[in-house]
Design a protein around this ligand. Sequence first.
Ligand code: SAH
Length: 346
Amino acid sequence: MITKQLIDKLDKNKYLNKDEFVYLIDNCGEDSKSYLADKALKQKEAVFGKKIYIRGLIEISNYCKNNCFYCGIRRDNKSICRYRLSKEEILECCRIGYDIGFRTFVMQGAEDDEFPDELLIDIIERINEKYPDCAITLSVGEREKSVYQAFYEAGANRYLLRHETADEEHYRKLHPKSMSLKHRKQCLYDLKKIGYQTGTGFMVGSPFQTSTNLADDLLFIKELNPEMVGIGPYISQKDTPFKNQKSGSLEKTLLMLGLVRLMLPRTLIPSTTALGTISEGGREMGLLAGANVIMPNLSPEGARKLYNLYDNKLHTGLEAAEHLHKLKKKVLSVGQEIVTDRGDYK
Ligand code: SAH
């Protein structure tokens, strides 16, 4: 079967051309999908063994100056309550997280102009002082290169910035005119150049997305060669212009995870909260399809339900950092093992 041959080719050469990717995305049946997942899991285990890395996610602010059409915390959403964590609250999250076993803290937030760079720098320095054995990841959107540089010098090690879609026309359909794909890509190249372990990624099933768009996403990722790749299904949010659009699927997301794992065997790939949200057990399936990272929520209780990127986002249960012991059991039940480790790119 040609789809399996293409999967073998990708596994061997770490590359397919655009037509081949499109063909795979459009034609993988059940059988080929599980063939791909098995290969992806094998690749993951060849590099990382059974290890699954955890990152403590701290959602630092939901005030945003941007207006992405898909995102629940977009500027024009007047029906959510906005919040911004203080330095003390963020440090308290780290204290709690460290005790539970987290060795990476991810500070993610909307593009909030009232959260001064100096404050974030101060927080990065404090975390570094208190927890020198931990990695600090930032995910606070598009910034000047000099700002990225200053965060890096303060002690940030990693940066997550999904490109969202690598196709110019598709990008225009997901974002207002004030935003540009060119700038976002430039940010990614700047981050890499500075020395960050850099993460990019995209949503699967975002409105107007075609298989060609997805193939372009893969080719862009191959070109950027990031240390981390975040892929999750698009999920509609009731207060956005895309409220009536349908969400992405579990199957296609698993397919994309597998393709990225075969293409870049050493990348760190999270099994996302969004995957767990669209399907019960989705996060575990992600771990069996090539993902090797989970990012439980370490934000203060009150903030979790306000960082509403999409509807029904999981924030209790296994998603909550304080239930790590349960998550550990769950992960063991699918033959993998959560470890206390920074989990750097090797
Ligand atoms: N402001 C930061 C963080 C954005 S939130 C930045 O610009 O990078 C993190 C990710 O959530 C986004 O990159 C996007 O891919 C994802 N996201 C946003 N809205 C979503 C939705 N409706 N469904 C699924 N994922 C979504």
